[in-house]
Design a protein. Structure first.
Length: 281
């Protein structure tokens, strides 16, 4: 039973915050260190699709943690460190200020915090199906470099209430989530929904497939200050699918995953790959 509980905690780390209704036991601490990359892209989903003004690599080093305040209430937190580079940059948009010789191909990079997050999850029902509610606040802790247009997160606070539901079937499970992102600073708000199905394929290995959809309400008037790189722009939306693998060795384990958008707006036309290591104390 402990391995099942640990798995459900781990499922949370593949996205920015928990999509799982399962909570930690009182006093348990779960920590995950992960690395995610969207590498070397120059094309963005849009209407129509468009190209960036350089080759972009977006890396995230993240510490994610959960702590059981009680058997039904879990505190969750995430600290992302972003490392973003733009190679062969060309000044082709007047929204980005050019200083010096604008005809040169330039390389830029920025390493800074993304949007640090803190949230709480409470389990309301656990009789076959598990149902929980969750509320997450994403803080405005990112940076913006006007010369390159690199932004490491949203220039806003984000408040995300979600309803989470799931069920275990022994060696397989299903879970889903539905909610909204409410953003300040005149960003549009988002609707979000998704689900996962996975199972134990070997003694210590789990495979999980997932689908996530984010749709903008297009109710904000935020003007994008980095219109040609797809980094944390307004009205960002996507439909995505992916696969996760988990190698579980008692309380210690390793994760690997990929995700790919099949449609979207203001998101890269490039796959994301992640690896991580976790432990429960």
């Amino acid at each position: 039973m402990k391995s099942i509980s640990l798995l459900f905690s781990l499922l949370i780390t593949s996205t920015l915050f928990a999509q799982s209704p399962w909570t930690k036991d009182k006093g348990d601490l779960f920590v995950n260190f992960s690395y995610t990359t969207i590498s070397d892209y120059n094309e963005i989903f849009g209407d129509p699709d468009y190209f960036t003004n350089g080759k972009i690599t977006d890396n995230t080093y993240q510490i994610y943690g959960e702590y059981g305040l009680s058997d039904k209430t879990t505190l969750i937190a995430s600290i992302p460190l972003k490392s973003i580079s733009v190679d062969n940059f060309v000044y082709i948009d007047p929204a980005i200020n050019c200083v010096g010789d604008c005809s040169e191909l330039l390389n830029f990079s920025e390493t800074a915090f993304g949007n640090i997050s803190l949230g709480i999850k409470h389990q309301f029902y656990n009789k076959g199906w598990v149902i929980s509610g969750q509320f997450v606040t994403e803080f405005n802790t990112s940076t913006f470099d006007a010369k390159s247009g690199i932004r490491t997160g949203y220039d806003a606070y984000t408040f995300t209430p979600q309803l989470l539901a799931g069920k275990s079937f022994g060696k397989t499970f299903f879970q889903s989530h539905i909610g909204v992102d409410v953003r300040t600073n005149d960003y549009s708000n988002n609707f979000k929904i998704g689900g996962e199905f996975g199972g134990k394929v070997l003694k210590n290995i789990w495979l999980i497939g997932f689908v996530d959809v984010v749709e903008s309400f297009e109710d904000g008037n935020r003007i994008n200050d980095n219109p040609l790189n797809g980094l944390y722009q307004n009205d960002k939306e996507y439909g995505a699918y992916g696969l996760k693998a988990i190698l579980q060795l008692c309380d210690l384990g390793v994760t690997a995953s990929f995700a790919n958008a099949f449609s979207g707006n203001n998101v890269p036309k490039q796959s994301a790959f992640s690896i991580g290591i976790f432990n429960t104390f």
